[in-house]
Design a protein around this ligand. Sequence first.
Ligand SMILES: [Ca+2]
Ligand SMILES: [Ca+2]
Ligand SMILES: [Ca+2]
Ligand SMILES: [Ca+2]
Length: 532
Amino acid sequence: MNLKLHAALSRRHVAFASAILAACVALPSALAAEGKSQVQTEEAWWIVLAPKEVLRRGIQLSDTPLTTRALDRRALRSSQATLLSAADLPITQSRIDALKGTGAELRTTSRWLNLASVQVTSAELKSIAKLPFVRGMFPVRHSQRLSVIDFAQAEIGGIAGSGAMSDPQLAQIGVDELHARGFHGAGMVVGILDTGFERSHIGFASIEHPLDVIAEWDFVKNDGNTAIQAGDDSSQHWHGSAILGTLASYLPGVLLGSAYEAKFVLAKTEDISSETPIEEDYYVAGMEFIEAHGADIATSSLGYIDWYTPEQLNGVTCVTSRAVNVATSLGMICLTAAGNQGNDSDPSTNHLLAPADALQVISCGAVDITGAATWFTSDGPSADGRVKPEVLACGLGVYSINPDDPAGFVSVSGTSLSTPLVAGAATLILQARPSYSVMSMRSALTSTASDAILNGTFDPMYIRGFGVIDALAAASIDRAVEDLNLDGSVGAADLASLLNSWGACSGLCPADFNGDDVVGAADLAALLNAWS
Ligand SMILES: [Ca+2]
Ligand SMILES: [Ca+2]
Ligand SMILES: [Ca+2]
Ligand SMILES: [Ca+2]
């Protein structure tokens, strides 16, 4: 949305809100005195609900929309006191019916935050305020779409040397090294929140590694198809498909996604048609959907600012950030784009978009392929002084599938692209180190990133965070170099892997411990010496 339109929308929103917001502060008596100045325009509002009632028998899985995989993931990585809580119970039908009974249109609900979002006139909002289970209300904030900075067609073989066009962007962050050790995301589930997904590209249709989507939901149109459909904006699928391409595509020698053996959960949460404000409630619903399907990792390249000021990016104010805080506490590793708002050399200002300020989210900035920060990458810190963005990956000229051409490719720029590269790396790291918690993943990524290694700390200007990630180093903490499968012991599997690559090295050669470009007797001796 252009800035003028954005400002106009904000003003309209302010006018609508000021007509009733004062009345909403002290509910419901002040509403009666608010008088006749009713605004007929419909607006989206969050309704704060009274605490949920929990049956004496407690909460069981069947009371929730969670899959058993979600429960398993929580058992492995959740930091909550119990596996299930009232936050997992859906908003009851009787409350939904009562909200709708006022004439309001229900947009979505959040079981984590115990909120419902509604599209209402001011008269309907007043009726809602009188419902016995309503505790308050506040406007659903519009988002500022995180557009790509630029994109261009990319030609197969158009880059220097042999190999896939995606090789440099993966090698920069050590993903190639994890690929060489056999980690491609198998057994992992990755959730993506974005604009929609076109999956007919040849990059998603290989016989060896076809794209595997285990669940999808279109929160904008409320249906089970996240692909472009009649009535959608003609670009609705573009952004999400480019993101998916960097993660899931498999075309050896042409384009490789970072985690092409992972399974995916797709949430279409952003309506790009220009007349529709993009709103934060679908994001929250999408995050809950992805968590409920047991995703290990969730990544989003969307950003929300609008009414929020940089001072409010303290990790606990913006609704999307609060939802991400719940997601990370449930053991889901969350990544989000820092934003394309630019940076300055003033460590007291930030240009972040929510939910990059969330407490345990890994916020991703963008460098070029040489590792230099891009002009557009948003700087931190968060309003409460935490390091943001935490890490960096390539976000300038990143190769992906062309969402508009099932056999074409593009190079795309933006923190939207650096984020899924980090997400793919995190997926492989988690495959190698399944016991990593959200906290240990954060610490593994930041402590091994380029600037932390070089300077021993983060960038004091809060542009680079801890630097460009090193996926192999993050996965190799407390692991011997001879432990090729990174499982914590040097044993038969590592020996088999060494023997499998016996002889002269071609390409990456993890078993060439002494670096002489041959896997041979000296490397075998080293492995046997490290046997544990
Ligand atoms: Ca749809
Ligand atoms: Ca700054
Ligand atoms: Ca091993
Ligand atoms: Ca060797």
